[in-house]
Design a binder for this molecule. Structure first.
Ligand code: FMN
Length: 221
């Protein structure tokens, strides 16, 4: 698969089939992704790839918390700035409406937050979740490195016919996740990435993007 095709076909998939992901395939992707760049070559990510019974148990514990209306563990980093202003707020609102309507959750549904949390807690049916942690001592630069690393993983997954959904939502139930994977207190959970084959018959959601001129300035060319 050509790189442009991998970038264009990667999207946050929120309906996975239960077809298992072979361990060799995942290992090939994660081995190739070690080539991702990082400032000073720190490679600051720590990944736990979870599947099978341990994932089933984790999903079930997280889902129970979601359905109980549990607001989650105290946050270790803000998911978004406290005041999201235009144009970011407009982009956020448009994407949020689109993504969950596709899953049958309407904006006026009073149970919307719980339903969204429950769907996320099931990793949208994905048979594998990659939990990406950073050492607590790491700063904003290394969080950027982790983003580059995860995008590398997600593009390589496309080359294997697999799809993904990054999920910061897991950080809401970070204690449940850390207990399941055995992560110690020196690590901070950035996000999970649900991995699997896309479920057939679910219409794909293609989120909009800002015009190039809104986010890129060409200077001297
Ligand atoms: C770091 C990160 C965290 C995300 N967390 C969630 C999440 O918790 N739940 C979810 O459904 N989507 C999540 N997303 C997916 C975004 O909503 C999605 O990438 C965005 O709307 C653009 O859509 P696309 O990826 O389909 O192109 C996350 C994406 C990133 C990069």
């Amino acid at each position: 698969m050509d790189v442009y095709e991998a970038v264009d076909s990667r999207r946050a998939v929120r309906a996975f089939s239960d077809e298992p992901v072979p361990r060799e395939t995942l290992a090939r992707v994660l081995a190739a992704a070690t080539r991702a760049p990082s400032s000073g070559n720190l490679q600051p990510w720590h990944v736990f790839a979870v599947s099978g019974e341990p994932l089933a148990q984790l999903k079930s514990r997280a889902r129970a918390r979601a359905w109980a209306g549990d607001p989650g563990d105290e946050r270790e980093f803000p998911m978004y700035p406290a005041e999201l202003t235009s144009p970011y707020l407009d982009r956020f609102t448009a994407a949020a409406a689109q993504r969950y309507r596709a899953l049958g959750i309407e904006r006026d549904d009073l149970d919307r937050p719980r339903k969204i949390a429950a769907l996320n807690s099931g990793a949208f049916g994905a048979p594998v979740v990659l939990f990406c942690y950073l050492d607590r001592t790491m700063g904003p630069g290394q969080w950027g490195d982790a983003g580059m690393y995860l995008q590398t993983v997600m593009l390589l997954l496309r080359a294997e016919g697999l799809h993904s959904c990054p999920q910061v939502m897991w950080s809401v139930y970070r204690r449940t996740v850390s207990e399941a994977v055995g992560a110690d207190d020196g690590l901070v959970l950035f996000c999970g990435v649900a991995v699997g084959f896309e479920k057939e018959g679910v219409p794909p959601v293609r989120t909009a993007r800002a015009d190039l001129a809104e986010t890129v300035s060409f200077i001297g060319m």
